[in-house]
Design a protein around this ligand. Sequence first.
Ligand SMILES: NC(=O)c1ccc[n+]([C@@H]2O[C@H](COP(=O)([O-])OP(=O)(O)OC[C@H]3O[C@@H](n4cnc5c(N)ncnc54)[C@H](OP(=O)(O)O)[C@@H]3O)[C@@H](O)[C@H]2O)c1
Length: 283
Amino acid sequence: MTSLVIGATGKVGRHVAVQLSERGRPVRALARRPEQAQLPGEIEVVPGDLSDLDSLRAALKEVESVFLMWPLISGDPAEAIAGTIAQSARRLVLLSSAAAQNGGDPGNVISQVHLAVEKAIERTSLEWTFLQPHGFAANTLSWAPQIRKDGVVRGAYGSMHSTLIHEADMAAVAVAALTAEGHVGAKYDLTGPAALTQVEQVRVIGEVIGRATRWEEVSREAAREMLLERIPAKYADAMLDAYASLAGREPDQPTTTVEEVTGVPARTYAQWVADHAAEFAGR
Ligand SMILES: NC(=O)c1ccc[n+]([C@@H]2O[C@H](COP(=O)([O-])OP(=O)(O)OC[C@H]3O[C@@H](n4cnc5c(N)ncnc54)[C@H](OP(=O)(O)O)[C@@H]3O)[C@@H](O)[C@H]2O)c1
């Protein structure tokens, strides 16, 4: 009955591993550097890398279900990875993306990678469930250095709404799909409970940590330069294109999928900020 969590040191995977373990399930975590994994002692941490199928095969021994997130920049290895998982496990929950919905956007590299991974999994015999989240609340952690410095967040498209979702809620949906019946073949459209503009998100951070914060609009070029310090150009451009199109239209309606699957309403953005207050406040 062991579950293998791939990406167990990441934002969502860590919560998946911990929540499964708290339910008394045997959990194995795949990590490239197990000595740095910092997971609770009950969780077995094994060395492995998705780019090394032998290490994946070894980690899959006696595994019944798998949580997979896709950290690779291409979808090309998905066929081999999904096939390897299908040789051992019965069930798989994939952390995919809302960008894969409706055939994805042919011009968006992130969308096409997620779509390729979903299609490869669909071709296996695995009992799969896909999580298709919209923006992660954790994306706003990139603002933490600016918030700590002077409370001013500089970026483009401040009027863009997003329905930011807490990583623990995505994990709770994954755990339900891994441990209960009724989720096979589902593609879950996951959001937080409300649509907030970037300007409003910065205001919420200030309210929760008790400091003056504000958004300062900069040009797309200036925002791109800042993004390039963190991510490759093709991702920065794809992200800014998505922001531009979202800024120009009505906010997406939040979904109620988290509550429907877990029985508990999705956490608010303010709750997420409270859970990460130390990172924003630096104390
Ligand atoms: N951010 C968003 O708004 C958003 C929205 C929708 C979907 N998504 C998708 O959600 C996923 C999560 O992305 P993230 O950047 O937030 O991840 P993350 O939390 O930073 O986690 C990355 C994880 O991947 C693992 N990893 C990296 N390379 C690996 C490899 N070669 N083999 C095995 N494990 C490897 C890392 O483990 P170690 O380094 O410890 O080995 C770590 O646990 C992505 O697929 C993203 O596209 C994101």
